[in-house]
Every structure is written in C-alpha cells, then in structure tokens.
Design a protein around this ligand. Structure first.
Ligand code: HEC
Length: 191
C-alpha cells in the first residue's frame, strides 16, 4: 500500500531539487521576493492594459467599440500634418535594436533579417501604394497599434512615448516611399 506513494514522492522531491538548482541561490531569492513588486505592478496597470490582462488579450465583442475609440483618441499627428517624413532617418530608427527594433518582429528590412512575430512587411510600399488612406493607417498602427489590433504585442510607439510623431512619420516614409531602400533592395535573409 505504502509503496504506491514512494515513487511519486521521490519524483516530486527530485523535481523540487532540480527546480531549485535551476535558479542559483541569489536568483531564487529574487524570484521569491518579487511577490510584492509583482502584485503592485499588476494592480497598478493602466485601465486599458488591465482590461487586456483581465481578458487574456481577447476582449469580448461588446467592449471592442469603446476600447478602439479610446485608443484612437490617444493618437497625435506631426505639427506640419505630413505623415511621410524622411525615409533615411526612418530606416535608422526601424533598424536600430535600441530604438524601434521593428525588424525583430517583422520581416522585410534589407539591413537585418526580420523576425516573424508580426506579419511580413516585405515591399510594403510597393504592395500598398502611398495613398492618404495607406499613409494614415500605417502612421496610426505605429503610433498606437491598439487602435487597430486591441491588446497586440506590438509596441505602441507614440502612445507609450517611445517615438515622437515626427520619428513615426520618418518610419512611415521608410515603409512607403518607392525610393526607400525598403522597397528597392531585397529583404535580408530572403529565401
Ligand atoms: C514586439 C513585436 C513587434 C514590434 C517590435 C513591432 N511590431 Fe508591428 N506588428 C506586430 C504584430 C504582432 C502585428 C500584427 C497585429 C496583430 O494581429 O496583433 C503588427 C502589425 C504591424 C503593421 C500592420 C501590418 C499590416 O499588414 O497591415 C505594421 C504596418 C507594423 N506592424 C509596423 C511596425 C513598425 C514600423 C514597427 C517599428 C516602429 C513595428 N511594427 C514593431 C508586432 C511588432
């Protein structure tokens, strides 16, 4: 009778020992002490982030219209009203790991092999054109991705203060301008 419990018990102890060895002494202590800070961060989330967390990033349909409208209201535009700036400056932002880091999630940059967390943006400007509607959509997705894709993992570059409106317009030009390297050169790592 008792033997039936011995094996699970031994396995349990082994798992515990392995789990503790996975973290060094210091790391383990840090994880254990994170409890309060973690709880505070969770409780102090902005209301929109809290809503996403609560619904595990899938908002119920009845909450969507209000959420989208609130996110749309956060979007600000460059003072001169131009949504396409300088594609060279935009490229330096797009391809900088410490700036916008777009390539880590998106394929299509001629400079860096892109990731596949987000959809491929390969030859984005050649495929979509440069109409006012396309410029506006692209600008707004970069400024606040949640205005189109609620709770998406893509950073909300303008809404979170990571890029200025002018910098975002430069990135829009990098994606859209037919003369931009993004549209004239092949994507790095193209198979
Ligand atoms: C952390 C990953 C991540 C980063 C960084 C990121 N994106 Fe995204 N992006 C996504 C995902 C994921 C989507 C798709 C939205 C969804 O369905 O959730 C997306 C969607 C887009 C779209 C819409 C694509 C379409 O087909 O309409 C554009 C444009 C875009 N991103 C541009 C950018 C630019 C420019 C940057 C850098 C300034 C950037 N993204 C940074 C993950 C990312």
């Amino acid at each position: 009778m008792k033997r039936r419990f011995l094996i699970p018990l031994a396995l349990g102890l082994l798992a515990l020992a392995l789990a503790q060895r996975y973290f060094g002494e210091e790391d383990l202590k840090r994880v254990q002490d994170a409890g309060k800070a973690y709880a505070e961060t969770l409780a102090g989330q902005r209301p929109d982030q809290a809503l996403c967390s609560l619904h595990r990033n899938r908002l119920p349909a009845d909450l969507l219209p209000g959420f989208l409208e609130e996110q749309r209201k956060l979007i600000q535009y460059p003072k001169d009203g131009r949504l396409m700036g300088d594609w060279r400056r935009g490229g330096a932002i797009f391809n900088n790991l410490q700036k916008a880091n777009c390539f880590s999630c998106h394929f299509g940059s001629p400079e860096n092999i892109g990731g596949d967390v987000g959809p491929s943006l390969e030859q984005y400007g050649l495929n979509r054109g440069q109409s006012e509607a396309v410029q506006r959509y692209t600008y707004e997705v970069i400024y606040n991705s949640w205005a189109y894709f609620p709770c998406t993992v893509m950073y909300r570059f303008g809404a979170q203060g990571l890029l200025t409106p002018e910098e975002i317009a430069d990135v829009v030009a990098y994606l859209l301008d037919p003369a931009s390297d993004f549209n004239t050169k092949p994507a790095a790592g193209k198979r």
